[in-house]
Design a protein around this ligand. Sequence first.
Ligand code: ARG
Length: 466
Amino acid sequence: MKKNSPVSRSGRFAQGPGADVAQFSESISFDHRLWRHDILGSLAQAAMLKKIRVLTNVEHAAIARGLKQIASEIEQGRFQWKPELEDVHMNIEAELTRRVPAGAKLHTGRSRNDQVALDMRLWLRDEITTLLGEIAMLQRALVKLGEKNTDAIIPGYTHLQRAQPVYFAHHLLAYVEMLERDCERLWDCHSRVNVCPLGSGAIAGSTLPLDRVFVAKQLGFVDAQGKPQLTQNSMDAVSDRDFAVEFCAAAALLAVHLSRFAEDVILWASAEFNFIKIADAYTTGSSLMPQKKNPDVAELSRGKSARVIGNLVALLTLLKGLPMTYNRDLQEDKERLFDSADTVRVTTRLLAAMVNHTTVNTRACLSAASDPTLLATDLADYLVLKGMPFRQAHHVVGSVVALAENTGKLLSQLSLAELRSVNAAFGRDALRVFDLKRAMARRNLIGAPGTKELAKQLARWRGLLG
Ligand code: ARG
């Protein structure tokens, strides 16, 4: 073997790559973080090679020992990564072989093409599990804040105009629902990540009797029933990055949900709304204006959604013109995938912490929610119950709202005579519609912000989230 030349060039090439080429094409600077999963994959590969007698027991033991030793050195930051060895796969294999001669047999029937697909799947599987845990923490934080403030009522908005009153907790539970769908999508994505590509070789499998089922079982690539999950086409297996795209898509939608929540938080924390107060530790000041307390955690959460969306688009663009099968372009997938995973994980975590350090200004909420126009629809419903067609009721209440506006009164301050001047169907009980507590008690359809329904939904989430 020639000195300073990666194993992938030995034999065929007269010299190593130019320094500029090596620098341009290395991936160790970012794929080193796959090391744990690369070693797990190699341990399973070694065990399989022993099973099919490519490795003796002694060789296998030496390789396993060597790999574990390298793992602990990496863990302790004592391992020396060499950029001239291109990537995490060659760094680990080269060092193993330097220490254990039998390491030269480890790559039997394996290519970096199926190896990198394996590593990414193993890595992403763990990443999804961690992320699902973080999302559940955020859901719990939202439910807890809702439970602490079951008496807080705010205006619900459409077009960012006051629409109808809702419990603050009902608004929070809307995000809990969105996050639950994110979990479902991630878990669904997990089922397609959880398929073992090893044994696909560079493109066309191997002439050697590799035991793919054994490897898949070793690495936990099994479905809920314990059935091993193997890729079924070697060409697809080495060029497929659907699992990464699916994750990035699920992450992008999660990021969008987090961004929308962040936007609500930013509005609520403004003096104009004043619905919530975020603890000092989760806000920042201004370098110039001494009075400022800015909701930067929420703003950055909103801002970071941009890169997560960008990562998805970058991955799709990376794939759209690629001929079969593996092309080096695919190396560009990792930073996008890592960045999406890192960004949504840390954003979810920070938002959960921020929610846990947020208090609700129930008085300000109530004062906004006491705007009687929020109950104009309830007044129309009142007329419907008196037998009036809804379209007519809508028109009548519209006229009542105009009357209030013209007389400079609140809707609830109009007298029965004034109401009846618009339509005779109004009775004595009409003004009771503006009793907010009563109004909240009356909207108990499944999924509506009624007093009982809210308690039911909070209890349901408490039960589901533990
Ligand atoms: N570093 C490479 C990547 O991330 C590993 C696979 C290299 N395969 C190859 N045929 N050069 O895609």
